[in-house]
Design a protein around this ligand. Structure first.
Ligand SMILES: [Zn+2]
Length: 457
């Protein structure tokens, strides 16, 4: 057998197809049997070795490594109540890998014409990328070009170059709406971060974290009837229905005020509400950023579950924190090992002194953009372009950097209260006032930009 190494971000099934073609075979059955023969194991069966295992052997990779780099399982299984402590691709989960390991994350096969061209030049062949197959992805992050798609998942065994002309195009307007919509962008960032995790998030942890956030906002958090705002309605208010119909159709069809367990259930069900999509959507409307959501969900469960005792809090030294931030070039992840204390406490302290996370991802450099703006005095748009990031992302950093100014401005406009001001205490609110506050809070949340965008289109 001609064995090949998988290409960067190559989808599992695309790799299977490439092995099939390189060995001059025409069907999946033929290549699977050849791989089994080559690995000296019986052909795949209900209880024996599975196709995914044969692919790992052909790739000379550990199952955990192959699953995390080439399947969509880490995203599809990112929130689970089924053996949540089991790492993705762990041998103990063999029956699960056999059943669901190579499933698709969404219908249709997506390709980028520019990636196809560049792969033909670099590798002499084109291949299907995993990132392009994730729910909600309609634009290639490398070429910023709308993807094309074939309405058939069987084509992964063939090279994408065959479908450059023979495929549907994602419309330019649709792709740009996705690119500029802050909520959709947050959905995609969270999806990709989840894909990078080596083990899932326990549904029980997610339920506690999300319910606490929803409860702080005064939203409905249980299955009984209530007049409080529903999580499902908040999601509907913050995302275009058309877009939702592409990732979660049942929600897109929902009527206001009606509980939808598949969505609202993420706050009270102890097993997965349906797919991981509602969990990601909940994170989008309950947290200000993808980082914040992931930090809250990935803290050790004991911290979330054990009742907190009053403890003497050791303050983190601001000077040391600043020095560590400089040494780490602003990347929070590199600062963490230097300090004791919870991840969240360290992040909060950094944000409080106006030092935002300048995390690095692919070709996007928040550091380069922030340096261009603050140090080289370039314009906002130029700086964002220089760092290869969206304007939104740079604006977010600037706002965080202006933490002290923001607090002072809020105080300037806050009505006077307390002794000597003639206002003894904040008056208990009437139900109508409470309703008004919720509306205001929604309007002021970053996701409100989404509804503005919708209204302006
Ligand atoms: Zn591309």
């Amino acid at each position: 057998m001609i064995a090949l190494s998988p290409l960067p971000d190559e989808l599992d099934r695309a790799y299977l197809g490439r092995l099939m073609r390189m060995n001059g075979l025409r069907s999946e059955l033929e290549i699977v049997n050849l791989m089994a023969q080559w690995a000296n194991v019986p052909p795949p069966s209900r209880h024996g070795v599975c196709c995914l295992e044969l692919l790992c052997r052909a790739a000379h990779m550990e199952m955990t490594q192959f699953v995390c780099r080439h399947t969509t399982l880490p995203l599809r299984r990112s929130f689970t109540s089924y053996f949540p402590d089991l790492a993705h691709g762990s041998p103990e989960g063999q029956s699960m890998l056999r059943m669901t390991g190579m499933r698709f994350a969404r219908p249709c096969a997506y390709l980028c014409v520019d990636c196809v061209k560049s792969d033909l030049t670099t590798y002499g062949m084109s291949y299907w990328r995993r990132d392009h197959q994730l729910p909600g992805v309609v634009l290639c992050t490398k070429h910023l070009r709308p993807l094309r798609y074939v309405d058939n998942n069987d084509v992964f065994l063939e090279p994408p170059s065959r479908f450059v002309d023979n495929s549907h195009e994602v419309g330019e307007a649709w792709a740009r709406l996705n690119q500029h919509h802050s909520g959709i962008q947050r959905f995609l960032v969270i999806s990709r971060e989840l894909l990078d995790l080596d083990k899932p998030i326990d549904v029980k942890t997610a339920r506690i974290v999300l319910r606490d956030r929803a409860s702080e906002r005064g939203w409905h958090t249980h299955s009984a009837k209530s007049t409080k705002p529903l999580l499902s309605d908040q999601v509907l208010a913050n995302f275009p229905r058309d877009w939702l119909s592409t990732i979660f159709p049942v929600l897109a069809d929902k009527k206001p005020g009606i509980v939808l367990n598949q969505m609202d259930g993420v706050l009270y069900l102890s097993t997965s509400a349906s797919s991981v999509t509602p969990y990601i959507l909940a994170c989008c409307v309950l947290f200000e950023s993808a980082d914040e959501a992931l930090n809250a969900l990935t803290v050790p469960r004991s911290i979330t579950v054990i009742p907190r005792r009053r403890q003497a809090i050791t303050p983190i030294d601001t000077g040391e924190l600043r020095a560590a931030y400089i040494a780490a070039k602003g990347q929070y992840a590199l600062i963490l090992p230097e300090f004791s204390g919870s991840r969240r406490a360290i992040f909060n302290s950094l944000e409080a002194i106006g030092l935002p996370n300048l995390s690095v991802r692919d070709s996007q450099s928040l550091l380069a953009a922030a340096t261009a703006f603050f140090v080289k005095k370039r314009s906002l748009a130029d700086s964002a372009a220089l760092g290869g990031i969206e304007l939104d992302a740079l604006e977010h950093i600037i706002r965080q950097g202006g933490a002290h100014l923001a607090t002072a401005l809020t105080d300037i406009w806050a009505p006077p209260t307390g002794p000597g001001t003639g206002v003894l205490r904040v008056k208990p609110k009437t139900p109508a006032e409470a309703g008004a506050t919720i509306t205001q809070a929604v309007e002021q949340s970053p996701c409100h930009r989404i509804s503005e965008l919708e209204n302006s289109t």
